[in-house]
Design a binder for this molecule. Structure first.
Ligand code: ACO
Length: 703
C-alpha cells in the first residue's frame, strides 16, 4: 500500500485538484495552471462545486463525479473543509494526498491534523503535508505546486520541510546553475516523513542524490534506518541548532547534549553528508549528484595559478582531504607539461602559461593514474586562454581516460566567459564552482560520504554478552526504595552487568566496616559518601582519596559523614563507599542521554577541563559498533592525548571502543529504565592494559 500511495503522490497518472479555482491569484488556480504549463501528461481534474470549466478543463463538483480513476489529489480548500472531502477521495480510490492547505498543527490544530491522517490512512491513502507547496517533478513533467516553475533539470531531488525555502531554491536553481529532478515540500510531515521519501527516492531512477532541508522530525530512528540502507548519497541541512533539554538535564552528559550534536552524530552513523549552510547544500548537492564517491585519500590539485592553489591547499585540510605530494613518477610525468618554473608537487602549478593542451594532458594523465583518488582542476582566467576551450579540454581528457569511479571537480575564477564555461561543464556532468575552496570542499563531501558508508558496512553493532536480570534487580531495588537515581555502588553493579570494568567498591555503614573493607580491597583506597540526595559528592566534601592506612580510613569515614550532614542536613545517607584507588590513567568521560528524537545516545570525551571547560565531546546514537566508537575517539580535539603525546605510550583505545559499544548496548537494552547516565571519570591505561570506571551515575526514568 505504501509504495503504491507514494508512487501516486510522486508519479501520478491522474490528479484531482480539490479547490481548483478560475480566479487568477488563488492557489487552486495556480496549481491547475502549473500542471498545464509543465505539460503534465496525465489527466487533470479540477474539482469545484461552482464551476463547469477551469483554464479550459472540464470541472467537476466532486471527485465522485470524475469519470475515470484518480490516483492523486492536491488539496487547496481551507482547512475547515478538508475533512469533509476525505471520505469521497478514499471511496474514489485516490492513493496520495498532497495537502497544500495551512491551518493544522502549525497553528495548534493538532487534532484536526491527526484526524486527517487517521481518516486518510483508513482508506490506504498517504498524506503529504499538510501546509506544503506541493510536488514538482521534471521527469514527470509535473508542477503540482504553487511554486512558479519547475526547477532547472538535474540529477538531485530535494525534500524540504520549509515551503518558502523550497520555492526560493526552485528559483535559485537557474541562477546557481544546479539542477533538480524533483522538489518535494513535506511541511508538517503529519504522515509521509523523511524516511518515506528517502525510501522512495532511493528507488527513483531519475534521482542520483537526495538533498534534505530538515527542521526536525519525530522518529529519528526511522530516519536513521532509511538513510543507512539508502544506496544513493544523502545530504542534509539541519536548521534549528539551539540546545534542547539541556537546562533540565541531571547528568553531565545531559547538559552537553544539544540537538545539533546529536543530529550530527546521527548523520554520521547514517552516512548522511551534512551541509553547513544553504550555499553548502547547493554546492555539495551538485558534486554528490554528478560524481562518484572518493574512495581514497589522495587528492590531486591541478592549477594555472599559485594563489588559487594555496587556497585549495588550505581548503583541503579543512575538508578532511589534506594534500600530499604525488609520488615521483607522477611528478616526473606532470613536469613534462609545464615550464621549467612550474611545480609538479601538489598542487601541481602549470603556471599562467598553461593552455588547452597542457590542461588536456595533465588531466588525462592524473585522472587515470592509480595514485589519484580525486582530482580538482583550477583555472584563473587569462588573456592568453579561452575558458570554454579549457573546459572542453578538461572534459575531453576525462572522457578519454575512461575512468568512471573517481570524482573530479573544477573551479574557474574569472568573468562572464568563465561562468559560461562552468555552466557548460555542469551541463556535461562536471561540477564547477567559482572559488577553489568550494571545489575542494565538494570533493571533501564525496570523500566523507565514502568513509561513512564504509564504516556502516563493517559495523556489526551490538555487544551480546550481558546480564540484564542482575541490572534489573538493582534498578528494582532502588525503585522500591522510592528513588529515581542509583547510588554509585548500584550504578557500578549495573555497568558490571554489561561487562564494563569498574573499580571494586563496597558500602560501609560503620567506621569498623570501612576499615575492614579497606583492608580487604588493599590500601590505598578512596572513600565517598553514598547518598541519593547528594549527586555532586566532591562539592559536599564527600570524597577522600589516597587513604593509606587504618587511622586515615577511620578519620576519612567520620569526616565524610560530618561534611555530608553539614552540606545537606536532611540528606538520606546510605553510608560510605570504600573503593580501590585506581592507578593513574588518562581521564575520560562516557555518558548517555535519552534524546527526544533519537532515543538512547552515547557521549564520549576527555575528562577534567576538557569536558568542563572545552566541552570537547562527541556523540553517537546507540547502539554504537566498536568501529564507530573508534571513529568517535579520533573526533575530539583532544584525540592526540589518547594517541600518546610527549613520549607517553598510546592509551588503550581498543578497550575504550569496546566499552563504548558495551555501554551503548546497556542503554538500548535498558532504554525503558535509564534516563541519563555518566561514567566519570573513566581511567584509561596504556595499550593492552584496559580501563576502569571510577565513578558512575545512573538516573532512572520516572515511572
Ligand atoms: N470542493 C471543491 N472546491 C471547494 C470546496 C470543496 N469541498 N470548498 C471550497 N471550494 C472551492 C472554493 O469555492 C474556491 O473556489 P472559487 O475560487 O471558485 O470560489 C476554492 O475552492 C478555494 O477556496 P477558497 O475558500 O477561495 O480558499 P482560498 O483559495 O482563499 O484559500 C487555501 C485556500 C489556499 C488552501 C488557504 O486556506 C491556505 O491554506 N493557504 C496557505 C497555503 C500555504 O501557504 N501552504 C504552504 C505553506 S509553505 C509556505 O509558506 C510557502
Amino acid at each position: 500500500m505504501d509504495k503504491e500511495a507514494l508512487n501516486a503522490l510522486m508519479k501520478p497518472k491522474s490528479i484531482a485538484v480539490i479547490g481548483a479555482s478560475a480566479t487568477p491569484g488563488k492557489i487552486g488556480y495556480t496549481v491547475v495552471k502549473n500542471l498545464l504549463d509543465s505539460k503534465f501528461e496525465g489527466s487533470i481534474y479540477p474539482i469545484n462545486p461552482n464551476a463547469d470549466e477551469i483554464l479550459g478543463l472540464k470541472a467537476y463538483p466532486s471527485v465522485k463525479d470524475v469519470p475515470g480513476p484518480v490516483e492523486a489529489a492536491i488539496i487547496t480548500i481551507p482547512a475547515k473543509y478538508v475533512l469533509d472531502v476525505i471520505d469521497e477521495l478514499g471511496q474514489k480510490g485516490v492513493k496520495g494526498l498532497a495537502v497544500i492547505t495551512s491551518g493544522f498543527s502549525e497553528v495548534g490544530e493538532k487534532e484536526l491534523e491527526l484526524e486527517l491522517v487517521r481518516r486518510s490512512n483508513s482508506y490506504g491513502m498517504r498524506v503529504l503535508g499538510p501546509n506544503i507547496v506541493g510536488v514538482l517533478s521534471n521527469s514527470g513533467k509535473m508542477n503540482g505546486s504553487f511554486a512558479p516553475t519547475l526547477p532547472l533539470p538535474g540529477k538531485a531531488s530535494l525534500v524540504s520541510q520549509s515551503g518558502a525555502l523550497l520555492i526560493a531554491i526552485d528559483m535559485a536553481t537557474f541562477t546557481r546553475n544546479i539542477g533538480f529532478d524533483k522538489l518535494v515540500s513535506n511541511g508538517n510531515m503529519a504522515d509521509v516523513d523523511f524516511a518515506d521519501m528517502i525510501d522512495w527516492l532511493d528507488q527513483d531512477p531519475d534521482t542520483q542524490c537526495i538533498s534534505l532541508y530538515i527542521e526536525g522530525f519525530k522518529d529519528g530512528r526511522r530516519f536513521l534506518e532509511s538513510a543507512r540502507k539508502a544506496s544513493k548519497p544523502i545530504i542534509a541541512l539541519k536548521a534549528g541548532v539551539s540546545a534542547h533539554g539541556a537546562a533540565a538535564a541531571a547528568s553531565h552528559t545531559g547538559s552537553l547534549a544539544g540537538a545539533v550534536k546529536v543530529y550530527g552524530a546521527a548523520f554520521q552513523q547514517a552516512g548522511v553528508v551534512q551541509a553547513l549552510d544553504l550555499n553548502d547544500l547547493f554546492n555539495r548537492t551538485l558534486a554528490l549528484s554528478l560524481q562518484p564517491p572518493m574512495q581514497g585519500d589522495n587528492l590531486l590539485v591541478l592549477t594555472n595559478g599559485g594563489g588559487v592553489g594555496v587556497l585549495a591547499t588550505d581548503a583541503a585540510e579543512k575538508s578532511g582531504v589534506p594534500l600530499k605530494f604525488a609520488p615521483p613518477d607522477v611528478q616526473a610525468e606532470l613536469k613534462k607539461h609545464m615550464p621549467e618554473f612550474g611545480s609538479a608537487k601538489n598542487p601541481v602549478d602549470m603556471t599562467g602559461m598553461a593552455g588547452n593542451e597542457w590542461y588536456y594532458k595533465t588531466v588525462k594523465f592524473s585522472y587515470s593514474h592509480p595514485w589519484v583518488d580525486g582530482l580538482v582542476v583550477l583555472y584563473c582566467e587569462t588573456a592568453i586562454t579561452n575558458p570554454l576551450e579549457i573546459a572542453q579540454s578538461i572534459k575531453r581528457a576525462v572522457d578519454e581516460s575512461g575512468i568512471k569511479d573517481k570524482p573530479i571537480s573544477v573551479s574557474f575564477v574569472g568573468g562572464q566567459r568563465s561562468d559560461d564555461a562552468m555552466r557548460w561543464l555542469v551541463e556535461n556532468g562536471i561540477p564547477a564552482y567559482g572559488a577553489p575552496d568550494v571545489a575542494v570542499n565538494a570533493l571533501g563531501a564525496l570523500r566523507e560520504y565514502a568513509r561513512m558508508k564504509a564504516l556502516i558496512k563493517d559495523s556489526p553493532d551490538i555487544c551480546e554478552e550481558y546480564d540484564r536480570d542482575t541490572a534489573l534487580k538493582v534498578i528494582e531495588y532502588a525503585r522500591n526504595d522510592g528513588r529515581d537515581s542509583l547510588t554509585e555502588i548500584e550504578a557500578k553493579q549495573v555497568f558490571e552487568a554489561y561487562g564494563i570494568p569498574v573499580t571494586p567498591t563496597a558500602l560501609a555503614k560503620t567506621e569498623q566496616e570501612a576499615v575492614e573493607l579497606a583492608r580487604r580491597i588493599g590500601y590505598p583506597v578512596v572513600m565517598k559518601i553514598v547518598s541519593p540526595d547528594i549527586l555532586h559528592k566532591s562539592d559536599a566534601g564527600g570524597v577522600k582519596v589516597n587513604i593509606k592506612d587504618e587511622a586515615s580510613a577511620r578519620e576519612a569515614y567520620n569526616t565524610i559523614l560530618k561534611n555530608a550532614k553539614n552540606y545537606k542536613a536532611e540528606a538520606v545517607i546510605h553510608g560510605v563507599a570504600v573503593q580501590e584507588m585506581a592507578p593513574w590513567g588518562t581521564e575520560v568521560i562516557l555518558g548517555s542521554v535519552n534524546d527526544p528524537t533519537f532515543g538512547p545516545t552515547m557521549m564520549f570525551g576527555l575528562g577534567g577541563i576538557f569536558v568542563e571547560v572545552l566541552k570537547d565531546v562527541t556523540f553517537r546514537v546507540a547502539p554504537v559498533a566498536s568501529s564507530q566508537a573508534l571513529r568517535m575517539l579520533g573526533e575530539i580535539r583532544g584525540a592526540p592525548i589518547l594517541a600518546g603525546v610527549r613520549g607517553e605510550a598510546p592509551r588503550d583505545r581498543e578497550a575504550l571502543a569496546d566499552v563504548i559499544c558495551k555501554y551503548s548496548t546497556m542503554i538500548i537494552d535498558l532504554a525503558d529504565e535509564i534516563s541519563e547516565s555518566d561514567a566519570n571519570p573513566v581511567l584509561v591505561y596504556e595499550e593492552g592494559k584496559g580501563l576502569k570506571v571510577v565513578d558512575a551515575r545512573i538516573i532512572l526514568k520516572k515511572k
